[in-house]
Design a protein around this ligand. Structure first.
Ligand SMILES: Cc1cc2nc3c(=O)[nH]c(=O)nc-3n(C[C@H](O)[C@H](O)[C@H](O)COP(=O)(O)O)c2cc1C
Length: 396
């Protein structure tokens, strides 16, 4: 992502300024062309000499020093393809959000059409100050990419939000956001279901299945990488993925309600959850007790069919993708489901194999559509399979 790119690092006067030296090193290792501009305050924390040696360029610190016929800050502004303001103080955020260009770094940034990334670092009270938050929102609405500070040990000696994320984290988050901006699903709304539903028998017991939700999470990540706004309706609690809004549910009925509501304004629905076809006819309010030697007969009734209902409601501009988790005749059942559920694509996978499918990190699937030959994808990590599925959905 950053190889051969012209990257300007703007360093402002935060105690975290020392981390920008590592950022420069990492970018140079990746093959980027890096230049650095520093505020007056930044040089109190790290010498410009260090940054000059690391980047291989004189550091731009003074708007007027050394000005000949070339106007240096304009030349640098044109040269830069990506600008990182790392760390960004409350002060520089305020200036950049309001078009104030009273020193070399701010004048260069404001004169540049480059992609801009801001990574704030400051005391938590400062960060939560309404004026600072307002300025961050201004930058976001002006198209800046924001990488939020992390929660961690601050220079003040306590844990809070405001710490500059580690440079490798900054670069991987920036790469995801930059790729998403030009992604094939940029601006599209994608709904994905993931995980196994739980059908309660009583307050402590439930019927479920072995699905881990990994395939749905991989699809959410792959869609977000392509710039989609993803809503992931899931029964599984996992760390958030950038660009993915998670809705936590438990039963099929809850997943159904959330999916139907979200689908109204969606472009794409992907049903990757392993939903329970049946649920107990009644759920006991108290734990079911053992009585004598007799067994227990459970009566199950059908759950609502999420994929079928969504398939019936879809408009011409909406795409519906289902999964068929089968243990036999995988492709034939999948092809049948494609038609009966009115889906545009069906992903058939064999969940009887222990090396793929449920809980595994790998999968092997067959992609079925109405107008193309089935496409078999050999065993690969779920994220690789997910990226391929998303690229096929894009062609629909
Ligand atoms: C020891 C020290 C640490 C500071 N750390 C931060 C910080 O982490 N974040 C911040 O926004 N301001 C911090 N400041 C305040 C800024 O340095 C100050 O607002 C300065 O005017 C910023 O100028 P600049 O944005 O042009 O670099 C710190 C000040 C001192 C004295």
């Amino acid at each position: 992502m950053f190889k051969n790119k012209n990257i300007l690092i703007v360093v402002s006067g935060s105690v975290a300024a020392y981390k920008s030296a590592t950022l420069v090193r990492l970018l140079i290792k990746m093959g980027a062309h890096v230049r650095v501009s520093m505020t007056h305050a930044a040089q109190e924390f790290i010498p410009s000499k260090t940054m000059a040696i690391l980047s291989g360029y004189d550091v731009l610190t003074d708007l007027f020093a050394g000005q000949g016929a070339d106007v240096v800050h304009i030349a640098w502004a044109k040269w830069a393809e990506v600008i990182f303001v790392v760390p960004a103080t409350a002060n520089i955020i305020g200036k950049l959000a309001n078009g104030i260009a009273d020193d070399a770094p701010t004048a260069t940034v404001i004169a540049s059409a480059a992609e801009k990334i801001v990574v704030p670092a400051m005391n938590d009270v400062m960060y939560n100050n309404p004026a600072v938050q307002r300025n961050i929102e201004y930058l976001s609405s002006d198209g800046w990419l924001l990488i939020e500070p992390s929660i961690g040990f601050l220079a003040e000696g306590y844990e809070a939000k405001g710490r500059l994320p580690e440079p490798d984290m900054i670069l991987s988050e920036a790469a995801i956001r930059l790729q998403a901006k030009s992604g094939l699903l940029h601006g599209k709304k994608v709904i994905i279901t993931a995980g196994s539903t739980r059908e309660a028998l009583d307050p402590v017991r439930y019927i479920t299945n072995r699905s881990s939700g990994k395939m749905g999470f991989a699809l959410a990540q792959a869609a977000a990488e392509q710039g989609a706004h993803v809503t992931l309706i899931t029964t599984v609690t996992k760390p958030a993925i950038y660009g993915v809004n998670q809705i936590l549910v438990s039963s099929t009925q809850e997943m159904f309600d959330a999916a139907i509501a979200a689908f109204e304004t969606a472009d794409i629905f992907i049903g990757a959850a392993a939903v329970s076809d049946f649920k107990p006819e009644k759920t006991d309010h108290h734990k079911i007790k053992k009585t004598g030697d007799s067994g227990l007969t459970l009566k199950l009734v059908q759950n609502p069919d999420i994929l079928k209902t969504i398939g019936q409601h879809k408009t011409h501009s909406q795409i519906v993708v289902g999964f068929a988790a089968e243990t036999q005749n995988v492709e034939a059942y999948g092809a049948d489901k494609l038609v009966t559920k009115n889906a545009d694509m069906l992903i058939a996978n064999d969940v009887s194999r222990s090396d793929i499918g449920f809980s595994s990190d790998d999968n092997s699937v067959t992609i079925l559509t109405r107008d193309k030959q089935p496409e078999f994808l050999d065993r690969a990590p779920k994220i690789t399979i997910a990226r391929h599925i998303i690229s096929r959905i894009v062609t629909l």
